[in-house]
Design a protein. Structure first.
Lengths: 114, 109
C-alpha cells in the first residue's frame, strides 16, 4: 500500500488564475497518475507523471493547460493553468503500488473556479 | 471502442444483499477492479479479478466472467456505512484502466 498526501484539499479560485496541486507519496514509485473527477462522474486520467521524463498526457489534455512536474520518485505537482469554471473538479493523485496493480489515491483536491 | 457499463444508482435495505453489475468492452484484458468511494472522499480499492470465478473478502465478493465481459460486486449484510459509489474499472492490454461512471448505492434503514 501507499500513503499519499495531497494539498490543497480544496480551494476557490478566480477565473484566469493558475493553481498548483502537490502530491507526496511515502515510498518511491515509478509512475504517478493524475485524475480528474467532475461532479457525479467517474475518473478521467489526465496524465501519467514519470520521473526523469516528460509526462504522458491523455487525449483531450495538453501540457500547456496541465503542466506536471516530477522532480523525484516521491513527489509530483499538477498545475491547472488559466482556469475557467469548467475546470471546477476534484483532482486526484494516485500510484499503482498494489500487488495486482491496484491504485491508491490521495485525498483529492476540490477546486471551484468562479 | 472501450466501454464500461454499470447502473447509475441502486437502493437496498440495511441487512440485505445487493449485487452491482458491470459489463466491459476493452482492447485486451488484464483484470477487473472494484473501488468504493464515499461522498467527498477518494476511491479505495475493494477487489481485483483476473480469472473467472468468485473472490470472497468478508462481506464483499466479486465475480468475473471473461467470456461474457461481465463482473459483479456482491455486498452482504448491508450496513449504513456501505452507502457509497462503487466504481468498476477494467484494465486493457496496455495496462490502462477504463473506468465506469460508478454506481451510487443508497442504503435505507
Amino acid at each position: 500500500s501507499a500513503v499519499i498526501s495531497q494539498k490543497p484539499s480544496r480551494d476557490i479560485c478566480q477565473r484566469g488564475t493558475s493553481l498548483t496541486i502537490q502530491c507526496q507519496v511515502d515510498s518511491q514509485v515509478t509512475m504517478m497518475f493524475w485524475y480528474r473527477q467532475q461532479p457525479g462522474q467517474s475518473l478521467t486520467l489526465i496524465a501519467t507523471a514519470n520521473q526523469g521524463s516528460e509526462a504522458t498526457y491523455e487525449s483531450g489534455f495538453v501540457i500547456d493547460k496541465f503542466p506536471i512536474s516530477r522532480p523525484n520518485l516521491t513527489f509530483s505537482t499538477l498545475t491547472v493553468s488559466n482556469m475557467s469554471p469548467e475546470d471546477s473538479s476534484i483532482y486526484l493523485c494516485s500510484v499503482g503500488t498494489g500487488e495486482a496493480g491496484e491504485l491508491f489515491f490521495g485525498e483529492g483536491s476540490r477546486l471551484t473556479v468562479l | 471502442g472501450q466501454n464500461i457499463d454499470q447502473p447509475t444508482e441502486m437502493t437496498a435495505t440495511e441487512g440485505a444483499i445487493v449485487q452491482i453489475n458491470c459489463t466491459y468492452q476493452t482492447s485486451g484484458f488484464n483484470g477487473l477492479f472494484w473501488y468504493q468511494q464515499h461522498a467527498g472522499e477518494a476511491p479505495t480499492f475493494l477487489s481485483y479479478n483476473v480469472l473467472d470465478g468468485l473472490e470472497e473478502k468478508g462481506r464483499f465478493s466479486s465475480f468475473l466472467s471473461r467470456s461474457k465481459g461481465y463482473s459483479y460486486l456482491l455486498l452482504k449484510e448491508l450496513q449504513m456505512k456501505d452507502s457509497a459509489s462503487y466504481l468498476c474499472a477494467a484494465m486493457d492490454s496496455n495496462y490502462q484502466l477504463i473506468w465506469g461512471a460508478g454506481t451510487k448505492l443508497i442504503i435505507k434503514p
